[in-house]
Design a protein around this ligand. Sequence first.
Ligand code: HGY
Ligand code: MN
Ligand code: MN
Length: 407
Amino acid sequence: MTAVAERMAATAELLSAPPFSDRDDAVCRYAFTPGFAATVDHVGSLLADAGLRVRRDRAGTLWGDRGAPGAPRVGVGSHLDSVRRGGRWDGVLGMLVALEVARAAPDLPVRAVAWVEEEGAGFGQLLLGSRIATGAVDADALATAIRALDDGRPFTEHARAAGMPTAACTESAAILDGMVAWIEPHIEQARVLEDTGTRLGVVDRIAGFVQGELVVEGRADHAGATPMALRRDAGLLAAEVMLRLEELALTHGAVATVGDVVLTPGAMNVVPARARLTLDIRGPHDAAVLGTLEEVLAFAGERAVARGLRTDYRERSRQPATVLDTGVVDALADAARVEGIEPLRMVSGAAHDTMVLAPYVPSAMLFVPCVDGLSHDPGEAVDPADAALAVRVVTRAAHTLIGGRDG
Ligand code: HGY
Ligand code: MN
Ligand code: MN
């Protein structure tokens, strides 16, 4: 194993356990937990050691920068937060590639960025850091609507308590200044690369998504004494919605997930008075995603009337399917060919900050295989040689992309 591969594997291993994770049986860190803070501090110090000027913006996004003031930059990065029971390479791969690129190419004007709250595990909002940087989320939303899943307090309150400057978190826009290209290296999180025996994928399109939560209100009743015909069981409507959502996703050619269902009061001998279920619908074609959402909400409404229940849908966030930049895609593909690899052109089913940045900065992604396609799970694994290969490819592509620019 090369020194770069070893170093990347060792750092991914280090960051996968306390104090860099808030649990010891999986990777768990999100804004602004102790594990997240420790990880951002550690990666920040590594970026500084590589010669980058490191900053944390007011929202908690970490960025390291090198190059003449005002001169063009190539952005490379991903995220350091995780889902609540995650793996060691999701997001971290992109940051370690950015770090190694900065080390491998001391002359390259590079900006390494770890976007805060990519997973939304803390505040229920996917891609929050990049949406703040592009102005899609404003200071008012951060101070009111966007609240922590754990304690309901607003984002800015948590950011301030974590030591972020108190001003509005909208300073992040500076991260995009002068960025002429953005590359996000990432694990594939599926198994196409593995099944086809391809070591690299170049992502030229990212599936769109809509996420929200459906709340069903019924009535608590005694589980033994209440006849079935008299019940207003919120749990049964939740079950109907989950199965109908599966049917609609298959019909529309989308994918849909109910990842979290909470029944209240949550007792074996009480008919559920309330159900809260999360809806996550995605696909490469927006019409299919939005059609699935529309029809499942209509279904929920009809069934609620039939069952004497009430429903309320609250959207969390949505992003359209996003086509990435052919110039950046080609630079990555050409760089892979220098390594003797014909990369697979891919659509990413997973969401990434790259889809938020793409309208503002020419962007693309580089995928490396993850073993068995497993991700969002502590079993996530990557061949460190593939991680080191990604460093060489991104370094070469970044030089191509910055090549003709003055500065
Ligand atoms: O949910 C996603 O697609 C990503 O892992 N944040
Ligand atoms: Mn993820
Ligand atoms: Mn990710």
